[in-house]
Design a protein around this ligand. Sequence first.
Ligand SMILES: [Zn+2]
Length: 324
Amino acid sequence: MTQHFLLSKAARTLTLAKVFRMSEDQAYETFREMRWEGGEPVCPHCGGTHVYEYRARRIFKCKACGRQFSVTSGTLFHSRKLQMRDYLAAVAIFCNGVKGTSALQLSRDLDVQYKTAFVLAHKLREVMAVEQQDRRLSGEVEIDGAYFGGYVKPSNIREERLDRRRSLNKAGTRQVVVAARERGGKLLTNVYPKESGGNNFIASRLDKGTVIYTDEAYSWRPLHKQFKGYRINHTERYVDGHITTNRVESFFSRLRRAEMGQHHSIAGPYLDNYADEMAWREDNRRLSNGEQFQRLIEYAASLGRSNQWAGYWQRQAKVENNFV
Ligand SMILES: [Zn+2]
């Protein structure tokens, strides 16, 4: 029997133990080498490569523009508060969480405040979203949508139970994740109030001549007008020769498992971030976690500071104070 990939040696090149065996100096050097080729600093302000180094304070000063910077300046870990080793550990823990990693787990594993872990996890999701940014799909592409959120608790009394299948009886917080998956290729995800909302987005990302596969939902009609495609009638069967959407649906089951097993609820304003995260895990599932780790760190180093998450709790505190 062939061994499951996740149990093979290649999948275990990076262990959390390795990170925790590093001294803070080693962690710093590791990050420095991942950020800059050969660890040679480049000024994030002007791109200058002639730099003074103040070793004791781990500060650099650019000879060209005279400004100071650190190894994390202008990266996702900008204005960092944790030790370098904690960041590496966070990325390792996050990579290892095949079904997602909750902020609560991260806060316990790293022994940091929940708020710190919450922002850190969301920053890593932001990194994961980068791969989808300019992605185009072609060949054969399966498309589907799945609803999240808007759970209506059934009444304990039978006569008072609503038919929860009727949209009239569903809560307004429901949103749909629309996903397109190239056969043998990668995923694209986005979030909309209704399934049909994703048509323009998907159409804009498919190459000419793409063949699409969907279920029989009315939502996909505009796409079928633009692209050659097939529909599978799910009330009858899930596979009809080559006509199936099982590949895109396996992504949704991964997203559901992350919701149930890790987060309990991924609905609301961050649904898009969770979808990006799980798409990244699905797309990169064949990389060893050493490679996944390397990839995330490199993106984190090159992405620049987070617009969405830098200073998140400080802004939240301001909003709350305004209501006091
Ligand atoms: Zn400079």
